[in-house]
Design a protein around this ligand. Structure first.
Ligand SMILES: C[S@@+](CC[C@H](N)C(=O)[O-])C[C@H]1O[C@@H](n2cnc3c(N)ncnc32)[C@H](O)[C@@H]1O
Length: 221
């Protein structure tokens, strides 16, 4: 349970792509806070901005933002099966297989990044690595918004969603530690919120939502 096991996580989401979509595709219907914070995020960006949805999974947040028809949203995930299914469910949206810890996307290529519950398997080491990648990808003045489970320690789940062999470790993360890492990487904290879970709708952990701004470009200094 010590480090981040990328292969195990990838295998878990490849195996459960269908079950994940079946369970979570319409989950935003029961999460008004999440819809609201996504709406507010879109208002931070100029119309027509390119936005990456990292760890998009079945693509429910990608579809939500796509339907706003304000920005060009692209869904990215390292699970090929999840991306294949998302592309089938939402053929009007671009989905790309990509690893957010070592992205093939170009530097300074986006005005916005969202990542809903995509860092939930990372230790603080990978969180820092992801923030560095997001920093590289974002244009100066751009924003990212991400969410995670609040807490300490980890939870090991075997046969996730009832699928044999789909095993993964979920990490609970502390808000203050995440904010410290974000500032170390160079981001300005725009907003940080902890909310209680929606009972009966989602797993009963408190949830963290952070909006970061890349206020300057360190390479130009
Ligand atoms: C808990 S799911 C969240 C999916 C979706 N964003 C949601 O809100 O339901 C975590 C997602 O992150 C993806 N993921 C984990 N590590 C990744 C990495 N290094 N690069 C890209 N995607 C990753 C997984 O494949 C999975 O789809």
């Amino acid at each position: 349970m010590e480090g981040y096991n990328a292969q195990e996580i990838l295998n878990c989401y490849d195996l459960t792509a269908k079950e994940y979509a079946d369970k979570f595709l319409n989950e935003l219907d029961g999460k008004p806070f999440d819809r609201n914070i996504l709406d507010r995020f879109t208002q931070l960006l100029p119309n027509g901005s390119v936005v990456y949805d990292f760890g998009c999974g079945s693509g429910q947040t990608t579809k939500y933002l796509f339907d706003k028809k304000v920005h060009k949203i692209i869904g990215l995930d390292f699970s090929e099966n999840s991306i294949r299914l998302a592309s089938r469910n939402f053929p009007e949206i671009t989905f790309i297989v990509d690893d957010m810890l070592n992205s093939k996307m170009a530097s300074n290529s986006v005005e916005g990044i969202i990542a809903f519950y995509s860092i939930v398997h990372f230790t603080y080491t990978e969180v820092e690595k992801a923030f560095k990648e997001w920093w590289r990808l974002l244009e100066t003045g751009a924003f990212c918004l991400f969410s995670f489970h609040i807490g300490e320690g980890s939870v090991e789940i075997s046969d996730f969603l009832g699928v044999k062999g789909a095993n993964a470790v979920w990490r609970l993360l502390e808000m203050d530690k995440i904010l410290t890492i974000a500032e170390k990487v160079g981001f300005t904290i725009s907003e940080a919120i902890i909310r209680y879970p929606y009972k009966g709708v989602e797993h009963e952990t408190k949830r963290g939502y952070i909006t970061l701004k890349k206020s300057y470009d360190s390479r130009k200094e």
